[in-house]
Design a protein around this ligand. Structure first.
Ligand SMILES: NC(=O)c1ccc[n+]([C@@H]2O[C@H](COP(=O)([O-])OP(=O)(O)OC[C@H]3O[C@@H](n4cnc5c(N)ncnc54)[C@H](OP(=O)(O)O)[C@@H]3O)[C@@H](O)[C@H]2O)c1
Length: 334
């Protein structure tokens, strides 16, 4: 069968959320596929990535209404008119949130099929894992013996950042939003100092966990936790700005969401460094080697929440932003 006889099922957003995201903001729709043009290939998606940053795109207009949404996905090439992609190959790409996708080779990575679980390439060996690696190594230039704070530390990016900092020899403090996540980090991931920021006295406990101040803050959340981290940061400290998930579902005007401690950055000559992995691709082989070895040896532990249908995607976004997931959330289609 050629691709023109196929119908893809894809997730659409049907209205812009102006309050907390709701599963009713989405539908699953059918889309007939055109025949493959030269340079195109048909992919059957196997794993779809659920990422909190999509919430920003749903609201700000980057994600189109009533059209297929994009997200990272891993799938298998079914048919190909592209010289570099053969049927059977496993590829990672950004035309996700649908069961069948047409690839053209841009922003596409071949995934090595070996003994490793495919889910690792959505999390610790994937783009989110690379953000953790680049943020610590390149943006924050973390060194053994330094104190490192990681927020959303039971999430996909944060759990790798916290464990990498521990393996580098840092004194790691982590924040999470539930006792279950706290228990996973201490009991499974080997991160000893974990603070639940939803308990009232979290700022005092954070200060107590960092008696010599903070050298590096790996920031996944922005907002009040960024403020608290800056209140404790040492001279010449560094903040790797990976994301600001505390603001993604906020209805407050953007200008009112920032922290109040930035004056300390100036007086203490702190570097707050935003970064994007696209400018650090030369680190990809070293990242795959070291994180892959640590995963296989069990030195780094990882958690994946697996859902099983496109219909589960809307609630998966709502639950991820609400803090219900541990580790990486993916949808497995086959
Ligand atoms: N995944 C990627 O490929 C990628 C790439 C680039 C950048 N990033 C950024 O990296 C950060 C982490 O991404 P991730 O994919 O690993 O997702 P994640 O950390 O699992 O994001 C969901 C978590 O965010 C936390 N959260 C939600 N609302 C919050 C609030 N108001 N205050 C504080 N924390 C809140 C919750 O954890 P708690 O229960 O602990 O609050 C929730 O479980 C995000 O800012 C994201 O934009 C991700």
């Amino acid at each position: 069968m050629t691709s023109k006889h196929r119908i893809a099922r894809e997730v659409h957003i049907v209205r812009r959320p102006d309050g907390p995201l709701s599963a009713d903001d989405f539908v699953v729709a059918e889309q007939p596929l055109a025949d493959l043009a030269p340079g195109e290939f048909l992919i059957a998606n196997r794993l779809l990535s659920i990422d909190p940053v999509r919430r920003v795109f749903f609201a700000n207009g980057t994600a189109p209404l009533n059209a297929g949404l994009h997200s990272f996905a891993i799938g298998q090439v079914l048919e190909s008119r592209h010289p570099d992609y053969a049927p059977g190959e496993i590829v990672g790409h950004y035309r996700g949130l649908r069961d069948l996708a047409i690839g053209r080779g841009e922003e596409t990575r071949k995934i090595p099929v070996g003994e490793d679980p495919l889910e690792w390439h959505m999390g610790p060996l994937g783009v989110g894992g690379f953000f953790a690696y680049v943020g610590l190594i390149e943006a924050a230039r973390v060194r053994p013996g330094e104190s490192v704070l990681v927020s959303s530390a039971a999430g996909s990016v944060g759990s790798l950042a916290a464990q990498l900092a521990r393996l580098i020899g840092c004194r790691v403090v982590a924040t999470v939003g539930s006792p279950d996540k706290q228990a996973w980090l201490t009991d499974v991931a080997g991160v000893e100092r974990v603070i639940d920021y939803k308990r009232g006295d979290w700022r005092e406990r954070l200060a107590a966990a960092l008696p010599d101040g903070l050298d590096v803050y790996f920031d996944n959340v922005g907002g009040a936790q960024l403020d608290a981290a800056l209140s404790l940061i040492n001279p010449h400290g560094r903040v790797a700005v990976c994301g600001m998930v505390s603001t993604y579902d906020s209805v407050a005007p953007f200008s009112e969401r920032a922290g109040a401690w930035t004056w300390r950055m100036m007086t203490s000559q702190v570097e707050l460094k935003s970064y994007h992995v696209r400018d650090h691709q030369r680190l990809w082989p070293a990242f795959q080697r070291s994180v892959g070895d640590w995963l296989r040896s069990g030195a780094i532990r990882t958690e994946t929440q697996v859902l099983d249908s496109l219909e589960a995607v809307p609630q998966a976004f709502v639950d991820l932003i609400a803090g219900k997931g541990l580790g990486k959330t993916v949808v497995r289609l086959s």
